[in-house]
Design a protein around this ligand. Structure first.
Ligand SMILES: CC(C)(COP(=O)(O)OP(=O)(O)OC[C@H]1O[C@@H](n2cnc3c(N)ncnc32)[C@H](O)[C@@H]1OP(=O)(O)O)[C@@H](O)C(=O)NCCC(=O)NCCS
Length: 164
């Protein structure tokens, strides 16, 4: 059974390892350099209280995580959160993403966010299936928005309005 809980410092090694799998797979992020523990520690400890990180655990092992991230420093956008979600290789396609997104949506509502946005690759079909299933709508595609391994790649923006 999958259990969702707030991430703790002790979960950071697992969060880092799952994030690095996403980087290696070249389907989730424009980042191409794998991260080290100092990076993930800074990411975790440097985030504001509103910006939750949740982990999904199966038999006490972290198999995925999701986070609400700062979208913009501008006050006018303080009710918009940016989303990340990563599932361990080998545990993808088992419904864990859906469970995590339900949890992170609840956390976003509790922190009075009005909207969740995300950026994904048009070729990340698993991601899009998950987001559409969870009620996100495609805003549009930025053409040649990012660079990855020396190539320009398109990036899709998606959003979900929350009933707070
Ligand atoms: C994208 C990701 C988060 C999806 O999470 P998941 O736990 O694998 O997804 P779920 O099992 O909850 O599936 C959600 C829906 O997507 C579908 N889906 C999952 N994997 C799929 C795949 N490889 N191809 C097509 N559809 C897929 C499921 O069938 C499900 O739809 P259904 O309810 O109609 O069956 C996960 O695959 C992952 O971590 N990938 C690598 C990192 C990543 O891409 N993160 C997102 C960055 S934008």
């Amino acid at each position: 059974m999958i259990k969702i809980e707030n991430a703790q410092y002790d979960h950071l090694e697992a969060i880092l390892s799952i994030y690095n799998q996403g980087i290696q797979d070249r389907i989730a992020t424009l980042e191409t350099d794998e991260k080290d523990f100092d990076y993930i520690k800074g990411w975790f400890l440097g985030r504001g209280e509103r910006y939750s990180v949740l982990v999904a655990k199966e038999e006490n092992e972290v198999v995925g995580w999701a986070s609400l991230n700062l979208y913009s420093h501008r006050c006018a956008y303080s009710s918009v959160a940016d989303l990340s979600v990563y599932i361990k290789r080998g545990d993808r396609g088992k419904g864990i993403g859906k469970i995590l997104l339900k949890g992170i949506e609840q956390a976003a509502k509790e922190q009075s966010f009005h909207k969740i946005i995300l950026f994904t690759f048009p070729f990340n079909l698993a991601g899009q299936k998950l987001y559409h299933k969870m009620g996100y709508r495609e805003v549009g595609v930025f053409q040649e928005q990012g660079e990855m391994d020396g190539k320009r790649v398109d990036v899709m923006a998606m959003e979900k309005l929350l009933e707070v």
